[in-house]
Ligand binder design. Structure first.
Ligand code: ARG
Length: 589
């Protein structure tokens, strides 16, 4: 890693202008203080961008500790920091706020030295963690439908960001492949004999026929229950049929992942069945830890922290009275595996909000049972539903839950006709290729750009719009910049280092570029990709303003080089940012 701005080695975690400034402020503080109290200021983008770039909070609390008046502390800090080439102006305001305006020179150097590394993923986190990401995890009984979209794309985006920041990421697709419905499916498969394979081509149809039979045919239902028992006691004939079913179902999933551009394959496939031989031990160990009580013959762990409406501790059932294990038992086994075998420091669960209580109970039980490593965190990142325009769960015209494959077909077709209408000169293969990138990107972006906790209404028109915070808008912003380079002379590549920021719109764009690292760090901490979406969308707006105010190709050579450099860096950040969201770009749209 080269020397950073100001000739110093850049600190390993300085990924944004914001964090560079925060570090400088705490160094300044270290220089003036008498005791060893640490001051880690909270640096934010200024609310008065016409005068200031950033604002640091927290001097108030630090001043109290040092028995100084907040303004005195701010003044001393300012004096201590003045020598660096980083800050053009500083001023304290209010109780312990400090405002900063950076020098243009520092901003330019930061973008050249550090932003380029952040884009390329040359980032060493201060503490490299092993992070397990539990994502997608559909039940293999049915084909993937719209209900699986959020866990899949949000989890994938966060996993990409964590990997980009230098962590070691282990994806775990905790598919449902061992529940009681598999007895039903396997029995139905067996009853079809040779025609089963053909029927399995339409998994949805297969499932609904099996389930109809289960509910209308007593003998079949009995057989299905017997099969579940046989399966769970490792009967080889049943296991063989089950494996076949699982393989077919998995190949449906794989195909969807491929279309979505999601990085999930057999290496990260570790479903419920993988833990089937650990469940008895999990219950025994919970018992040994003194956590288990019997209630109506079932084995339960009563929570110490989580109480029901009646004020009594809620039970987590880990074994039913007939001996069967549950979803929760498997999750306990998975936690132990992730702690012991995967040596996880952090586990993120991308699962919908309706399972919030389940995870609170499971996490608490796992801790009390001693399954969780010291310092290991377990985080459920919940998300809401995708609804129709009416706010109710999204349905097809026939009243079914839309299959992801059908949804993606429609997205691609719609995007393709938009591309064709806008670019009549393109060949039909080109339109299809761009349509695929835009259509899939639009569906993913619509999901990623929302605060995950909110439900959101699925709408083709808004997600495919070229205006607003949409995937196509950002892809278009990228293509527009690619177009500038296409029209420019071959020698104009936008690689000459940035040396000046003369116009306000240039400076505003450069500052925004300098905070790309802060946006991705936010995603890593909170598990919320919409923070990166918001950032990219405001970067694109800054770019538009810049492009309106500052002619690029028609300007004088030295100005032109600087502006082309800003164009290049913006395109690089847009592309890297979208790729971190799992979204491709096209050079034309
Ligand atoms: N298969 C479950 C479902 O469809 C989601 C699994 C989530 N992951 C977990 N470790 N429980 O609801």
């Amino acid at each position: 890693m080269g020397a950073g701005p100001d000739g110093e080695q850049p600190s390993l975690s300085i990924n944004s202008l914001q964090s560079a400034l925060a570090q400088r402020v705490s160094e300044g503080f270290a220089r003036i203080q008498q005791d060893k109290a640490h001051f880690a200021p909270l640096v934010r983008v200024s609310e008065r961008p016409d005068q200031w770039d950033f604002q640091a909070d927290g001097a108030l609390a630090a001043a109290k500790r040092l028995s100084l008046r907040p303004n005195d502390l701010a003044e001393r800090l300012i004096a201590a920091m003045h020598s660096s080439g980083m800050v053009e102006r500083m001023a304290s305001s209010g109780p312990g706020f400090i405002n900063f305006r950076l020098t243009n020179d520092y901003i330019c150097r930061f973008l050249e030295d550090r932003l380029t590394q952040v884009i390329a993923g040359q980032i060493n986190p201060p503490k490299r963690q092993r992070i397990v990401v539990d994502l997608s995890s559909p039940n293999l009984a049915k084909e993937m439908h719209v209900g699986h979209l959020r866990s899949t794309v949000i989890g994938d985006a966060v996993a990409r960001v964590l990997g980009h920041l230098g962590h070691s990421v282990i994806r775990q697709n905790h598919v449902g492949d061992w529940g009681t419905q598999f007895g039903m499916l396997v029995t139905y498969m067996d009853s079809l004999g040779a025609s089963a394979t053909a029927r399995l081509a339409d998994l949805q149809d297969f499932y609904s026929r099996a389930s109809k039979k289960f509910h209308s045919d007593e003998a079949f239902a009995d057989a299905a229950r017997a099969t579940t028992l046989a399966l769970h006691s490792n009967d080889q004939a049943c296991i063989k049929l089950w494996s076949h079913f699982r393989e077919v179902s998995w190949s449906h999933c794989s195909a969807v992942y491929k279309r979505l551009g999601v990085d999930l394959n057999e290496d990260n496939l570790r479903g419920e069945s993988a833990y089937r031989n650990d469940l008895a031990q999990v219950v025994a160990d919970c018992e040994k830890a003194g956590l288990v009580s019997e209630s109506d013959g079932a084995r339960c762990v009563f929570s110490e922290e989580i109480k029901g409406k009646d004020g009594r501790p809620l039970p987590l059932i880990i074994q039913k009275s007939d001996g069967a294990y549950l979803y929760a038992t498997t999750d306990l086994a998975a936690i132990r595996y992730r702690a012991d075998q995967l040596a996880a420091d952090r586990v993120l669960y991308f699962v919908d909000v309706r399972q919030r209580l389940h995870f609170r109970q499971v996490f608490e039980t796992a801790r009390r049972a001693g399954f969780v490593r010291e310092g290991m965190t377990l985080e459920h990142i919940p998300f809401g539903m995708i609804t129709g325009a009416d706010g109710k769960s999204l349905k097809t015209r026939e009243g079914n839950t839309p299959r992801l494959n059908d949804l993606l077909d429609e997205a691609e077709a719609r995007a393709c006709s938009l591309v064709r209408a806008g670019n009549p000169e393109l060949s039909s293969e080109q339109c299809e290729e761009i349509g695929r990138i835009v259509g899939v990107g639009a569906v993913k972006y619509a999901d990623l750009s929302r605060n995950p906790l909110q439900d959101y209404a699925f709408s083709w028109n808004s997600m495919l719009s070229l205006e607003g915070n949409t995937g196509p808008y950002l892809q278009y912003a990228y293509a527009r910049i690619a177009g500038i380079f296409e029209r420019a002379d071959d020698s104009l590549t936008g690689t000459t280092p940035l040396s000046a920021l003369n116009e306000p719109a240039e400076r505003a764009l450069a500052l925004e570029l300098g905070n790309f690292g802060a946006a991705i760090e936010g995603v890593a901490t909170k598990g919320h990709p919409h923070l990166l979406c918001n950032y990219l969308s405001s970067l694109a707006s800054r770019f538009s303003k810049f492009y309106e105010d500052c002619p690029v190709l028609k300007s004088a050579p030295s100005t032109r080089n600087n502006r082309l450099r800003l164009c290049r860096l913006t395109a690089d950040v847009l592309k890297a940012g979208l790729n971190l969201l799992g979204i491709q770009v096209a050079a034309r749209m």
